[in-house]
Ligand binder design. Sequence first.
Ligand SMILES: N[C@@H](CCC(=O)N[C@@H](CS)C(=O)NCC(=O)O)C(=O)O
Length: 212
Amino acid sequence: MYQLYYYPNNASLAPHFLLHFMELEYELLLVDRKSSLHKSAEYLKLNPAGRIPTLIDDGMAIFESSAICIHLCEQNPDYGLIPHLGSKSRPQFFQWLAYLNNTLQAELMVRYYPHRHTNDELTIPNVVAAQDDRIGESLSVINDQLEGNKYLLGDEISACDFFLFMLSEWCLPIKKSPLSFEHLSAYLNRLSSHPTIMAVCELEDIDLSPFK
Ligand SMILES: N[C@@H](CCC(=O)N[C@@H](CS)C(=O)NCC(=O)O)C(=O)O
């Protein structure tokens, strides 16, 4: 039995997709961000970074969404969400997951928390505008990868696709929306009908209609 500390449409969404897809037994524990519970002494014992998500596996706390995804994939290899050891796709898996988590997600964090990246209030709109451009560049790299590929790694769905769906949802309000990219938009449209994405988004009250 896993426990996932989550908040709707936060970085817990990708691990939530995986738990659902793999039909694992899990409990969702809401971290009330509005009351800053992610900064409470109790939560900081599990996740000293004070961020969401945290996964508890047999009493062990794991934080960082990509690490949680890799751990779930490796513990449940039969579901095929990570290419097996020795497979040529395996380095591609790590490449794309790292790109999503360390590049696109990092840019999104600056976009949505611009006040943390400048000590001059007046420059906040400039930070946001610069980030919109940088996020657009990342989405363009991803769009190119999806030309002729059903999923990020080719023909098979992987954890990277669930991670990308989460980030794409966050990108919807960005100046150059993911839906404005030909291949990315067709891919998101297909993924939005995936049973796991539909079920988890319904539970987290995430509107999928923009992808349709
Ligand atoms: N790199 C971390 C980032 C997690 C993260 O920043 N989560 C956000 C919610 S999407 C959060 O907890 N923000 C609260 C804060 O920064 O105070 C991960 O991927 O798990």
